[in-house]
Design a protein around this ligand. Structure first.
Ligand SMILES: C[S@@+](CC[C@H](N)C(=O)[O-])C[C@H]1O[C@@H](n2cnc3c(N)ncnc32)[C@H](O)[C@@H]1O
Length: 295
């Protein structure tokens, strides 16, 4: 991303999440703050004329993917909290609003983001008069450059208590070795019941013809925003790497599984497109039986 300015893709993602609240029935992901965090003027404009957000097939599929990845992240977090996790780290938080509607009184939330994006988010929160709970800690860092565990510890994270991490919409923008080294670096912090949820993209050359065309359009758009896609993963190799790092329960949902699990029984045809996976990895085997939760 461009170092001196807030992430444009973070804003685009947040707008699509807000659009999901207005356009899709039933919702896959409920977020009552998704509109307010965009600011009064933008939220009012979207409410007055939600139709312009609907977009074509590609936009709908992208919106479905963004909604389901947030849903899965919060479902997985719930599992982790039930198992005793008290620290949640939102990597590349963008305008994610979980921290401001956190229903778990004992859960501390660390929002990690690039300094420019985090500064912009804090302004947004102020303008929208969204209160910042005491349980929230902001951590401004570039995780491609700094050692995440040390930065988190300096911010007050307890390294010997399990943490759960979400990392949504970020891995495609980093080089694959960088993604793997981050997953490895946070693995010890996830020990004893913690874990990580993130989305990733399969290598374009393994996509079908149609799927590759849609992906090329999206890739051109994010590159034009100064945030080109860089990191791709082959699912089996990725699962193997995660097992080696100590994640003993890996649940990787491909588009067909996401559609079957979350988008069947709809009359509006909303579904995710090809190429994007959402992976949840826990560091405790018994979760394998419980995740993903039933529809
Ligand atoms: C597409 S946005 C996703 C935001 C949010 N997770 C969501 O789902 O709405 C990508 C986020 O990753 C952050 N990011 C990208 N590269 C980063 C880096 N090297 N260090 C810290 N943050 C980074 C951006 O600032 C931005 O907030």
């Amino acid at each position: 991303m461009i170092q001196s300015r807030a992430s444009l893709t973070a804003e685009h993602t947040a707008i699509r999440r807000a659009a999901h609240q207005l356009l899709d029935v039933p919702r896959i992901f409920d977020d009552p703050l998704a509109l307010p965090i965009l600011g009064k003027a933008q939220a009012a404009g979207m409410r007055a004329d939600p139709g312009w957000l609907a977009g074509g097939r590609l936009a709908r599929r992208l919106r479905a993917f963004l909604a389901v990845r947030s849903r899965l992240a919060e479902d997985a977090l719930k599992r982790a909290v039930e198992a005793g996790v008290r620290q949640y780290v939102v990597l590349g938080a963008g305008l994610d609003t979980f921290a401001y509607r956190n229903p778990y009184p004992s859960l501390r939330v660390f929002e990690v983001d690039h300094p420019a994006t985090q500064g912009w988010k804090r302004e947004r929160l102020g303008q929208a008069q969204i209160a910042i709970p005491e349980a929230v800690t902001f951590v401004a860092t570039d995780f491609a450059l700094e050692r995440l565990p040390a930065v988190l510890q300096a911010a007050g994270l307890h390294p010997h208590e399990p943490s759960f991490f979400s990392w949504l919409g970020v891995t495609p923008y980093l080089d694959a070795p960088n993604v793997l080294s981050t997953l490895k670096a946070i693995a010890p912090l996830a020990a004893n019941g913690g874990g990580v949820v993130f989305d990733y993209v399969i290598p374009p050359e393994t996509m079908g013809m149609l799927q590759r065309v849609g992906f090329a359009l999206l890739a051109a758009r994010v590159a034009a925003a100064g945030e080109p896609f860089r990191g791709y993963f082959e699912p089996r190799a990725l699962a193997g790497a995660l097992h080696e790092m100590g994640y003993d329960s890996v649940c990787d949902m491909d588009p067909d599984e996401l559609n079957a699990h979350f988008f069947s029984n709809r009359t509006d045809g909303l579904r995710v497109g090809e190429g994007g996976h959402i992976l949840t990895a826990f560091r405790r085997a018994h979760y394998a039986m419980e995740f993903p939760p039933n529809k």
